[in-house]
Ligand binder design. Structure first.
Ligand SMILES: *Cc1c(COP(=O)(O)O)cnc(C)c1O
Length: 377
């Protein structure tokens, strides 16, 4: 059983992928080939945004957004404490100050109550200017952008949606990656929409920011890349990756539907003592992860060991809150402020989840976990 089965996905569609990669090899437009434009059009239509701009990876996408808004020294950027490091890493990169915010205990996404408290505190206690809220679609589920939007408008802040794990999911009738003033995603192979290397994209409806991002990702170009009007970077999605993604877009909705079915089976078969993902019926996760909480009085590491013995892969996302990462020492604040994140870091466990899991695989995982929970009582 694979944690995320990229091999079966490839083998089931081998001819299609091979042909589209071969076409790029024969065209030899490895950078900036026509597939990149075709993909950007497909992506923006899917999400429902005016612009899609591809780039080198999901981390660059976040960075490009902050650069497009001129975020820098003296600015406060709010980010959930429970996320992949990238979401927060880009903030000091541009010279701004990250403010970590605890998450909601049901959605695992940024807590809007805590967010407002933290913004008020920054305004009261520091000279920093609150500029950006980063909402992360953790494990595939959209953050609470309705409330985030309300807060952003109140304090005149930008919303950056980190949809690296959320692409393909939706909240209400709206697709993830359409909720930010700028939204981003990652095409890292294991993400809901992954390529065969690194890749990323930004989405926005704003003409001025889109123009600026197009320039920033190509050395701050003016009329071409030998005319440089601002300090930029080199961040491109190469043509082979675009060709792969065009084909994967055709599989995406069906794969997510299958993941949805698998999530249902998991939730039915798992012992009731285990906390399972709880989504409202109007929302669709992209199922980047199926994450449970191991009851706090049981040892998660022992369960991981038992699963391994039964040849079942699992993963812990995430073991450490962002505020406890050594690289963030400088921004360390009172760890009492993050009880939900601290607890999730102790209890969360992600199980195999992909479109190619069979019923008997899921049954096997659930039997193993259920017996562990019963025996460890
Ligand atoms: C994977 C991920 C990123 C970064 O994407 P890369 O393409 O690996 O740079 C950013 N944020 C979150 C939440 C992620 O899961």
């Amino acid at each position: 059983m694979e944690f995320r089965d990229l091999k079966v996905q490839y083998l089931n569609n081998k001819k299609t992928f091979d042909n589209s990669i071969e076409k790029v090899l024969l065209d030899t437009h490895f950078i900036g080939g026509e597939e990149v434009n075709i993909l950007e059009t497909k992506l923006k239509q899917y999400v429902g945004s005016k612009y899609c701009i591809t780039c080198g990876n999901g981390t660059d996408a976040l960075l490009l957004a902050l650069m497009a808004w001129n975020i820098g020294e003296g600015d406060a950027v709010f980010v959930p404490d429970f996320t992949f490091f990238s979401s927060a890493e880009v903030i000091p990169w541009v010279g701004a100050t990250p403010i970590f915010v605890d998450v909601d205990e049901t959605s695992y996404n940024i807590s809007v109550d805590r967010l407002e408290t933290e913004i008020s505190k920054v305004l009261r206690d520091t000279d920093l200017i609150p500029k950006v809220i980063i909402g992360v679609d953790l494990f595939g589920r959209g953050a609470d952008f309705k409330q985030i939007r309300r807060i952003a408008e109140k304090y005149k802040m930008f919303i950056l949606e980190d949809g690296a794990q959320g692409f393909g999911g939706s909240t209400g009738k709206q697709k993830n990656c359409s909720f930010g003033d700028i939204s981003t995603t990652s095409f890292f192979p294991a993400k809901p929409l992954g390529c065969y290397g690194d890749g990323g994209a930004l989405f926005t409806n704003n003409d001025e920011w889109a123009d600026k991002i197009y320039s920033l990702k190509v050395h701050g170009k003016g009329y071409d890349k030998y005319d440089n009007v601002r300090i930029g970077m080199n961040s491109r999605l190469d043509t082979i990756q675009a060709a792969v993604l065009i084909e994967k877009m055709n599989l995406l909705d069906n794969e997510i539907e299958k993941c949805e079915g698998n999530a249902k089976i998991y939730s039915e078969l798992l012992n009731g003592a285990i906390v399972r993902p709880q989504l409202s019926s109007e929302d669709r996760s992209a199922w980047a992860q199926y994450t449970i909480q191991v009851p706090v009085n049981k040892s998660r590491d022992k369960l991981i060991e038992l699963l391994k013995k039964n040849e079942i892969p699992s993963a812990v996302y995430y073991r450490k809150p962002i505020h406890k990462q050594k690289a963030m020492d400088k921004y360390y604040t009172n760890s009492q402020k993050y009880p939900v994140t601290e607890s999730l870091c102790q209890s969360c466990l992600s199980l195999p989840m992909h479109a190619y899991l069979g019923y008997s695989d899921i049954e096997n995982v659930c039997d193993t976990i259920n017996s562990f929970v019963a025996n460890a009582r």
